[in-house]
Design a protein around this ligand. Structure first.
Ligand code: F6P
Length: 551
């Protein structure tokens, strides 16, 4: 635990001085002009990825001051505590061991509370391998003897976002016979739409829930079960329903065969669970070998994070750049711009990862954190975002850092597209950095033959300040391994930022209040309302919903 508030640390104060005295005056266009080696000095390679952070408002000194902050906040000690299974999620008395899920069988065995972590992880992986091979080969069939063609994952939050994002990203590795569907929303339209596309004889439902008590998932699972029973018998359920959970009791109460349950453990946070049996839909779609490569890619990033000195450590650097932008330049959000259509759900995945982890305001010692913590995470794939919200990013009043994610080699064979895609990606980060100053705009307008009056009227509108920061992350190809590395990079970045802010990145008490109130209101929609429990607005909304139900 930290004994000094973040803002009272020597490193934070030094950064404040450095920011106010120097950094606010820099323009990246000048820094690049003065430093031909800026890319070499400000880029790092790890686990198959490249992070170019040179287009940020930093100098070498900035980075060394930020590294001092990481040291003063004991990032390395907390990192080692996480990897060794200490209960760093202290509000829930839990270890944080998603890294153990991707640790190879030969690694040093890990034990937590008497549990042989590594042995259990590999036993479940063995179960996943057997099961997925049976489904993919056609050995596992539906109740009428037909092969499985559709996988429906019912889950929400971490039990949905990772599987959906990864299955989409790795589409070209998918089994030709299998289609993956995801039902997350309690809105019946979601389930209805998926059920309209699948055949009960050839569909396998995966009920994915860490707790197996999440209202949305349980309701969707019950409704899917009822739908199935209109076509098959209770005894056929075992061919069509499997579960992924930490809660064996609730799984068997639901009526799922214990042999068809894939367990994981309380030391895996929901938003860190894609590596666990929660990834079952992924393993079914891409096969166990590819799923193993996905785990191996993440493990390569784990090793890099654990073993590399801070100054060359990719997640540490990415985290520190984020802290610099958030706490010194006051940027309120971080835009994620993946230039790969397969990564179109990546920003949604990161929203949960970063915002549920670091959307906190209380430090580990119970006091207010005193600085801004997690920025809003949002975005869309390039080039779509360019034609929607990039105008604001270029010339709006807020300065929003951007993570560009590009993949050098496409997974399709359609001529001409990929170069246009990459050209746009690189052009955007260049434009955000350089901008277009008044002299350049004036020269352009003169060439077009504009008179002075017109030119001066247009000049301020066509001028771009530039100096807008971005990172570029390059993947050689989008494969199970590089995707694994990319996700692990963001996980560790999130960890480092949480460590610096001094918060617990692994609980999520904030989402509980809404869940509790929803239960109360749900009861009132069915039976007698109790206006004394609510404000006038909520009471009126309940009344209107009840009236609509009666019509
Ligand atoms: O939204 C809160 C949360 O607990 C997330 O952290 C989690 O990923 C999600 O709900 C789903 O939980 P479960 O897997 O237990 O259904």
């Amino acid at each position: 635990m930290h004994t000094t508030a973040l803002t009272d640390t020597a490193a934070f104060k030094a950064l404040q001085q450095h920011h106010a005295g120097q950094a606010v005056h820099w323009h990246m266009r000048e820094l690049f002009a003065q430093q031909p080696d800026r890319f070499e000095r400000m880029s790092v390679r790890a686990a198959g990825l490249l992070l170019d952070y040179s287009k940020n408002r930093i100098e070498s000194e900035t980075l060394s001051l930020l590294l001092n902050l990481a040291r003063e906040r004991q990032v390395e000690a907390l990192r080692d505590a996480m990897f060794s299974g200490e209960k760093i999620n202290f509000t829930e008395h839990r270890a944080v061991l998603h890294t153990a899920l991707r640790s190879p069988a030969g690694d040093t065995p890990l034990q937590v509370d008497g549990q042989q972590v590594s042995a259990d992880v590999h036993a479940v992986l063995g179960h996943i391998r057997d099961f997925t091979e049976r489904v993919r080969s056609g050995q596992w069939r539906g109740h009428t003897g037909r092969e499985i063609t559709d996988i429906v994952n019912i889950g929400i939050g971490g039990s949905y976002l990772g599987p959906q994002m990864v299955c989409t990203a790795l589409r070209q590795f998918s089994h030709a016979r299998l289609k993956a569907h995801f039902v997350s929303n309690v809105d019946g339209h979601d389930l209805d739409e998926v059920l309209s596309r699948v055949d009960p004889e050839t569909t396998l439902f995966i009920v994915a829930s860490k707790t197996f008590t999440t209202q949305e998932t349980m309701l969707n699972a019950q409704s899917a079960r009822r739908w199935f029973l209109r076509h098959g018998n209770e005894s056929d359920l075992a061919r069509h329903f499997v579960a992924v959970s930490t809660n064996a009791r609730e799984v068997s109460a639901f009526g799922i065969d214990p042999d068809n349950m894939f367990p994981f453990w309380d030391w895996v946070g929901g938003r860190y669970s894609v590596w666990s049996a929660i990834g079952l839909s992924i393993a079914l779609m891409i096969g166990f070998e590819h799923f193993s490569q996905f785990l191996a890619g993440a493990h390569a990033m784990d090793r890099h994070f654990r073993e590399t000195p801070l100054e060359a450590n990719m997640p540490v650097i990415q985290a520190l750049i984020g802290i610099w932008n958030r706490n010194f330049f006051n940027s309120e959000s971080l835009s994620i711009a993946p230039y790969h259509h397969g990564l179109r759900y990546f920003q949604a995945y990161l929203q949960q990862l970063e915002m549920e982890s670091n959307g906190k305001r209380i430090t580990r010692d119970g006091t207010a954190v005193g600085v801004a913590t997690c920025p809003f995470i949002w975005g869309d794939v390039g080039t779509n975002g360019q034609h929607a919200f990039f105008q604001l990013l270029h010339q709006g009043t807020d300065i929003t850092p951007i993570d560009f994610i590009a993949v050098l080699k496409p997974s399709h064979g359609i001529d001409g597209h990929h170069q246009v895609l990459l050209a746009n990606c690189f052009a955007q980060s260049e434009a955000f950095m350089r901008g277009k100053d008044a002299d350049e705009v004036r020269a352009d307008l003169r060439k077009q033959g504009l008179d002075d009056a017109e030119l001066n009227a247009l000049l301020p509108h066509k001028t771009f300040d530039g100096n807008r920061p971005s990172n570029t992350i390059l993947l050689p190809e989008l494969t199970p391994a590089t995707l694994g590395s990319l996700i692990a990079l963001y996980e560790h970045k999130t960890f480092v930022q949480g460590a610096i802010w001094g918060i617990n990145s692994f609980d999520q008490w904030g989402v509980e209040l809404g869940k509790v109130l929803a239960k109360t209101i749900h009861g009132e929609l069915h039976a007698e309302a109790n206006p004394a429990l609510h404000d006038a607005s909520t009471n009126a909304l309940i009344t209107l919903a009840k009236q609509a139900q009666q019509q």
